[in-house]
Write a protein that binds this ligand. Structure first.
Ligand code: ADP
Length: 270
């Protein structure tokens, strides 16, 4: 098989005799490539804002003249934006590496997803601001999810933020939480730009973006859906993505019955 990589070592054991030891290092090579790609991606992501900041800082360091204050303010603003971007990137990287490194299953604490959904909707309205999206919540308050609240919040928030980022002004965003089958679903639907079908299977890869410029411009790190995938996997849940270009997207998180309780049961169980 030409796609496999063998590592061969020859050990002399006697005159004109060698012991050949072969080890299949295909998997090792693949892991090494993934790690190299990842480091290259991170370096590139950090270099871009650093380059932009260097430019602005150079402009700042030139001798002040005329209307300096106004000019400086704009430069400082630009530097602040880039540092925020780098901070978000580093925060997302840390969260991802923590999720990946954590071999223990998440706790099974009851999480009031309906309240969380209402909170995320308020956050989304702030984020939308003058873009005036219509943001609606339909949530079953009697249904709780057993899991790690912080992780789930960050996963659901990523889906809601994406809906705001990738939906034109005035579009509609719906957050839904409810029973389905014997489990439950958390669903975010938008009337946004949509995703061409060939991209859908790759969206949860780290740094994968349909439109790099657009993601950057909106402050995206390219790590959001990778975080979502990890959090869901840890909770035994699946992510389903449906989308139509120019019409909108639906991101559906499906939780098994084992992770879902009626509120009364959860309270009785303490
Ligand atoms: P980003 O920080 O770029 O948003 P994500 O991992 O959250 O990174 O998403 C990866 C890519 O998936 C985005 O760059 C975008 O191209 C696409 N995407 C995610 N959510 C949506 C959505 N609701 N509508 C359209 N495209 C989306």
């Amino acid at each position: 098989d030409p796609a496999r990589t063998l590592s061969v070592v020859a050990i002399p054991i006697a005159k004109r005799r060698r012991l050949l030891m072969a080890r299949d290092v295909t998997r090792l090579k693949r892991l090494e490539r993934i790690r190299r790609d990842f480091v290259a991606n991170v370096s590139h992501e950090l270099r871009t804002p650093l380059t932009v900041m260097t430019g602005h800082v150079e402009a700042l360091s030139e001798a002040p003249d005329g209307d300096t204050l106004g000019a400086w303010r704009a430069e400082i603003q630009a530097v602040a934006e880039q540092t925020t971007r780098m901070r978000h990137l580093v925060e997302d990287l840390l969260e991802l590496s923590r999720l990946e490194g954590d071999r223990r299953p998440p706790p099974e604490r009851p999480v009031a997803v309906a309240a969380l959904a209402a909170e995320l909707a308020r956050e989304a309205r702030l984020l939308s601001g003058p873009r005036r999206h219509r943001i609606e919540v339909e949530a079953d308050e009697g249904l709780v999810l057993l899991g790690a609240e912080g992780e789930l919040r960050s996963a659901f928030a990523n889906l809601v933020h994406n809906a705001v980022q990738y939906t034109p002004d005035g579009g509609r965003i719906t957050i839904r939480w409810g029973a389905e089958g014997d489990g439950a679903v958390f669903v975010v639907t938008d009337t946004g730009i949509g995703i061409p079908a060939p991209h859908i299977p790759r969206l949860t890869e780290r740094f994968y973006r349909v439109d790099v410029a657009r993601s950057r411009e909106s402050g995206g790190t390219g790590l959001g859906l990778a975080i979502v995938r990890h959090v869901l996997a840890r909770h035994g849940a699946r992510l389903e993505i449906e989308s139509a270009v120019g019409r909108g997207s639906t991101f559906r998180c499906r939780f098994d019955a084992a992770r879902v309780r009626r509120r009364a049961e959860a309270e009785a169980a303490g």
